[in-house]
Design a protein around this ligand. Structure first.
Ligand code: ASP
Ligand code: MG
Length: 418
C-alpha cells in the first residue's frame, strides 16, 4: 500500500536536515509519495522578492540573488560543482529573473504564485536528486501537473474531479514502478498550465489531497515537535503530547486556529478513513500523534493563542437596533474582502467581531463598513481559545488581562483579551 509522507520547511532547512529526511525515507521500503515544502524560511524570502518588485524598492534582484545563492550552496555541498542538479536549479530560478526584469504587472496574486512556487520546486529537486545519489529509485514529479485548481491565485481551489483523474492515471503507476516519488506541497496548476498556490502552510493540505486520491494507507506529517501538543511549546513550558485524536477533534482544533496542521487537511482524509500521523523528524522512532476515526474520551485542556487580533465594533448611525438587514450587509462586506470572522457578538445597538489583522486588506474593509456604520477599532489584541477547558486553566490564562469578548460553547471557551 502507498503511504504519503509530508516534510515541512524546518525538516529540510539545511544539509543536515536533508540528510536526516533521506535517512527517515531509507527506513521505509514501501512505495512512498513524499510531499515537501520549501527549505526553511524560503517562502518568506520569496515573498520579500515579490514585495520589493511590486513596490519597486530596487532590492528585488539582491533578495533574489541571496535565495538563489543559499540553494546553490546546498546543491554544491551535496553534488559538487556543475552537477546535473545545479542545471535543474538554474532553470527553476531563472523564471524569477524573467519576472522581476519585466515592468511591474498589476496582478499581484498571479505574480506572487509564479515567484513563490520556486521554493518548493527547488527543495524537491535537491531532495529527489540526493535520494537518487543515495541509490534509491526515485522520481521527481511536478505537482502542477496533478493538483488542478481554479485561478484564484494565492488561495486556489482544488478541482477534485480533474485532480483525481490525473493522480489515478499517472501517479499511482509511477509509485509502483519507482517506489519513491517526490513532489511539491503548496502548489498546483490551472488547466491552462499557470502555477497557483493553495495558501500559506498549504503543504499539509497537498499531502491530504494526494492521499485521498491515491487511497493511501496513511499520511505522516513530519515536524519539529513530538506530535500534537496541548499548546505552543515556545509559549508554554508545561505542554503535553496528545497520543490519539479523532478527526472531529482535529478539525475543531484547526478551526479554532491551531497551526500544527493546516485547516483543510483533515476532511479529505476523514472522507476516506485514512489515518494521519504527526511525527517528529528529530525522533522518528517516537509514536507521535495518530488522528483517526476513533473517539477519544478525555482530552486534556488544549490552548490555542492567536495574536494580532482586531476588535471591530459596528453600530448603526441612527441608534436603531442592529437587525437582519444590517447583518446581511455586514457579512457581505466581510465575505467580499475574504476576512474571516473569528468571534462575534450581537447586542442591541452594536455588533462586535474579532478578526486577524490583515493590515491593508482590513483597512479597506473598515473603510467599506464606515460608509454605512459607526465603527470603533481596537488593535493588538489576543484571542485565547481553550478546548476541554478547566477553571484553573481559564484563571491562569486570563488573570492579568482585560477580557473584551467571551464565548462559551460546548467544550470550547474563547476570550479576546488585552
Ligand atoms: N512553503 C509554504 C509556506 O511556507 C507552504 C508550506 O510550508 O506548507 O507557507
Ligand atoms: Mg512551512
Amino acid at each position: 500500500m502507498i503511504k504519503v509522507f509530508k516534510f515541512g520547511g524546518a525538516s529540510v532547512k539545511d544539509i543536515d536536515g536533508i540528510k536526516n529526511v533521506a535517512s527517515i525515507i531509507q527506513n521505509h521500503q514501501e512505495p512512498l509519495l513524499i510531499v515537501v515544502s520549501a527549505m526553511g524560511k524560503t517562502t518568506n524570502a520569496l515573498e520579500g522578492i515579490v514585495n520589493a518588485y511590486f513596490n519597486q524598492t530596487g532590492e528585488a534582484f539582491n533578495l533574489y540573488e541571496k535565495v538563489r545563492a543559499d540553494h546553490f550552496k546546498v546543491c554544491e555541498t551535496l553534488f559538487g560543482a556543475n552537477s546535473e542538479t545545479s542545471n535543474l536549479l538554474n532553470d527553476i530560478f531563472v523564471e524569477i529573473e524573467w519576472v522581476i526584469e519585466d515592468d511591474v504587472h498589476d496582478q499581484y496574486d498571479y505574480i506572487y504564485d509564479q515567484i513563490v512556487s520556486v521554493g518548493e520546486l527547488a527543495s524537491t529537486t535537491i531532495l529527489a536528486n540526493y535520494l537518487k545519489k543515495e541509490g534509491r529509485s526515485t522520481e521527481w514529479q511536478d505537482a502542477r501537473d496533478l493538483i488542478i485548481t481554479n485561478e484564484t491565485y494565492r488561495d486556489a481551489k482544488v478541482n477534485w474531479e480533474a485532480t483525481k483523474n490525473r493522480i489515478t492515471t499517472t501517479l499511482a503507476n509511477k509509485l509502483v514502478e519507482q517506489n519513491i516519488v517526490i513532489t511539491q506541497g503548496f502548489i498546483g496548476g490551472t488547466s491552462d498550465n499557470n502555477t497557483t498556490t493553495l495558501g500559506r502552510e498549504g503543504s499539509d493540505f497537498s499531502a491530504a489531497i494526494f492521499a485521498h486520491c491515491l487511497d493511501a494507507a496513511s499520511v505522516s506529517i513530519w515536524k519539529d515537535v513530538p506530535g500534537i501538543l496541548t499548546g505552543d511549546p515556545s509559549v508554554f513550558d508545561d505542554v503535553k503530547k496528545i497520543d490519539a485524536m479523532s478527526y472531529r477533534e482535529a478539525i475543531e482544533m484547526t478551526y479554532y486556529g491551531a497551526k500544527v496542521i493546516h485547516q483543510k487537511t483533515i476532511k479529505p482524509l476523514q472522507n476516506k478513513n485514512i489515518p494521519m500521523y504527526v511525527k517528529s523528524f528529530v525522533n522518528p522512532e517516537g509514536a507521535g500523534t495518530v488522528i483517526n476515526k476513533n473517539l477519544v474520551d478525555n482530552y486534556p485542556p488544549v490552548i490555542v493563542l492567536e495574536n494580532n487580533q482586531v476588535l471591530i465594533k459596528i453600530g448603526t448611525r441612527d441608534f436603531s437596533f442592529v437587525a437582519e438587514d444590517h447583518l446581511s450587509s455586514i457579512f457581505k462586506k466581510f465575505a467580499a474582502s475574504r476576512i474571516k470572522i473569528n468571534m462575534m457578538r450581537n447586542t442591541a445597538i452594536s455588533f462586535s467581531v474579532s478578526v486577524q489583522d490583515t493590515r491593508a486588506r482590513l483597512q479597506i474593509l473598515i473603510e467599506e463598513l464606515q460608509k454605512e456604520f459607526n465603527i470603533e477599532v481596537e488593535k493588538n489584541l489576543q484571542l485565547i481559545t481553550i478546548r476541554h477547558f478547566k477553571d484553573e486553566v481559564i484563571e491562569k490564562l486570563t488573570k492579568d488581562k482585560i477580557v473584551l469578548l467571551e464565548e462559551r460553547s460546548g467544550e470550547t471557551i474563547r476570550f479576546v483579551v488585552k
